[in-house]
Design a protein around this ligand. Structure first.
Ligand SMILES: [Mn+2]
Length: 389
């Protein structure tokens, strides 16, 4: 069984108010070309089809036209499209009946009473267990294993078994996701790989934007990643994943095909931070004919000049690139850097000490006059509390 694995299209995404339609259309066209060339048996789109649960009419048309083109590139191919945390699970299924006529399975919600809805048999080729995103609280215990067991029972021919999920698996590399931690990425808490059961030959994951094998020891658990970047921090290459599995229990062979983005996301300088004056020079020198999105990484002592945004926007006048934003960071001085406190330490500290540390953290000098004002306010608060009591 030959599978094309993709996820996280985020159709309708805007980058600092710039529409991504042109790029996303180019991405869809490349998908159709790849399908025509590769002729996979299965096309998996593992969640985050749209960027928002309320995509505009034009964006919905973009998806349906794109999917029809992908279908026409290889009409025998089974297309499985699950909903991610960015999608509306119910809207995802509105056209499931007409989609079926084009060999497209739209799976938006968990069918706890009707598990069969999640099992798609690709005749003579293999099985797909298609599972959309769901709140963990809404997931019955052992749900994945139950489905895998159902497939194991009927898979007497030893055909390949592929499962999809849209979630955060513990230990993944979440570069590109803002505010990601070891425990939660993109509003989905990390789960152990074991919780997704055993018995699949390949686990096709969506949600994490950096394409990667999740370290399971074997190369059969994979995030395919975004086909085009959603954030400036996705500084890795973007691709779709091609998977081939001979038969059940055999290791899949996996390769990637790169997707070209006509509007690259560029950070200036390409590494580290530059002072504001240098950043402006870099922007001025940026080639006129490259239709990139630009972010400036700027190091500041205290504050950016008020007119900085406007200055930068003016500097790209007449260029093909689009200025997005200034990512300003304060110089960190190891001697004055605020220390990290535990809750207990925080509660034990005097309010004035907390205020001083905060001032240091945001780069303000806490002067004697401020100490005086602070003490005065504290006295007033204490006085009020006494009256209230
Ligand atoms: Mn996503």
């Amino acid at each position: 069984m030959k599978i094309l694995h993709t996820s996280d299209w985020h159709l309708g995404h805007t980058l600092y108010n710039h529409s991504r339609n042109e790029e996303q259309q180019a991405m869809l066209d490349q998908m159709a070309d790849i399908v025509k060339e590769q002729q996979p048996d299965v096309f998996l789109l593992c969640g985050d089809v749209f960027h928002t649960s309320q995509p505009s009419n034009a964006i919905q048309t973009m998806l349906s036209d794109g999917l029809v083109k992908i279908h026409e590139a290889h009409p025998q191919m089974t297309i499985v499209m699950t909903a991610g945390n960015h999608d509306s699970g119910t809207k995802h299924e509105i056209f499931r009946t007409p989609w079926r006529a084009l060999n497209v399975y739209a799976i938006g919600q968990l069918e706890k009473e009707n598990l069969e809805e999640h099992i798609i048999e690709v005749p003579g080729k293999g099985y797909i267990i298609a599972i959309p995103y769901t709140y963990e609280q809404n997931l019955p215990e052992g749900f994945f294993q139950q489905l895998l067991d159902m497939v194991a029972e009927r898979n007497t021919e030893g055909l390949p078994v592929v499962m999809t999920a849209h979630t955060t698996v513990k230990g993944c590399d979440f570069q590109g996701h803002e505010q990601g931690t070891e425990y939660t990425v993109g509003n989905i808490d990390a789960i152990e790989l074991d919780q997704l059961g055993q018995g699949y030959d390949y686990l096709a994951l969506g949600h994490i934007h950096h394409g990667q094998f999740v370290h399971s020891g074997k190369h059969n658990v994979r995030y395919c990643g975004t086909p085009i970047p959603i954030s400036f921090d996705e500084t890795f290459s973007h691709s779709i994943t091609m998977v081939e599995i001979g038969q059940h229990s055999e290791s899949p062979s996996v390769s990637t095909i790169e997707i070209q983005n006509p509007h690259p996301l560029v950070t200036l300088p390409s590494e580290g931070l530059a002072p504001w004056e240098t950043a402006k020079e870099l922007l001025k020198d940026f080639p006129d004919d490259i239709p990139a999105y630009i972010r400036l990484n700027v190091e500041i002592d205290d504050f950016l000049p008020v007119e900085a945004q406007m200055e930068a926007a003016n500097l790209v006048n007449g260029k093909q690139c689009r200025f997005c934003y200034i990512n300003a960071k304060r110089k960190t001085n190891p001697q004055t850097e605020a220390k990290v406190l535990t809750v207990q330490e925080f509660q034990a500290e005097q309010p004035i000490e907390i205020a001083k540390q905060y001032a240091t953290y945001i780069g303000i000098n806490f002067e004697d006059e401020m100490t005086e004002m602070f003490n005065e306010v504290m006295a007033m608060v204490a006085n009020d509390e006494q009256h209230d009591a």
